[in-house]
Design a protein around this ligand. Structure first.
Ligand SMILES: Nc1ncnc2c1ncn2[C@@H]1O[C@H](COP(=O)(O)OP(=O)(O)O)[C@@H](O)[C@H]1O
Ligand SMILES: [Mg+2]
Length: 113
């Protein structure tokens, strides 16, 4: 993970933000989603390179996504800053979840031009 962000030559701040978001999303997949996978890919949009992570689990899913995104909301009596925090730390954030089927979170950080 660190090797990828280093290879793409993000700025130090963008790199730290992305790694922090990834750690929160990975933790969520483990703690709430009964484990899962992370796929990593280099992507291109309008000639700009970025790094995209897709976290996928087949856990219980999130019934109320808007509520789950609110800082301080947690069903695990923890900080509840993971999802909202991750969204603020990355350039692109997308969350799809179906109760009973699982959760997919896609985040992308774009390289400086
Ligand atoms: N992958 C997931 N599968 C199921 N529920 C999730 C997942 N990720 C987050 N959630 C739900 O969203 C809530 C908020 O997540 P988060 O902001 O990371 O806080 P925390 O992990 O501290 O509870 C969690 O308490 C949980 O109910
Ligand atoms: Mg969390």
């Amino acid at each position: 993970m660190l090797a990828w962000v280093t290879r793409l030559d993000f700025g130090a701040v963008e790199r730290t933000k992305f790694v922090t978001a990834a750690s929160e999303l990975g933790r969520n997949a483990l703690v709430h989603g009964r484990g899962g996978t992370m796929a990593i890919a280099e992507v291109l949009r309008d000639g700009r390179a970025g790094l995209q992570l897709v976290f996928r689990d087949q856990g219980p899913g999130i019934a109320d996504i808007d509520r789950a995104m609110v800082d301080g909301f947690s069903t695990a009596k923890s900080m509840g800053l993971g999802l909202g925090g991750a969204r603020r730390l990355v350039h692109d954030f997308a969350l799809e979840s179906l109760p009973g089927q699982g959760t997919t979170v896609t985040v992308t950080q774009w390289k400086r031009r």
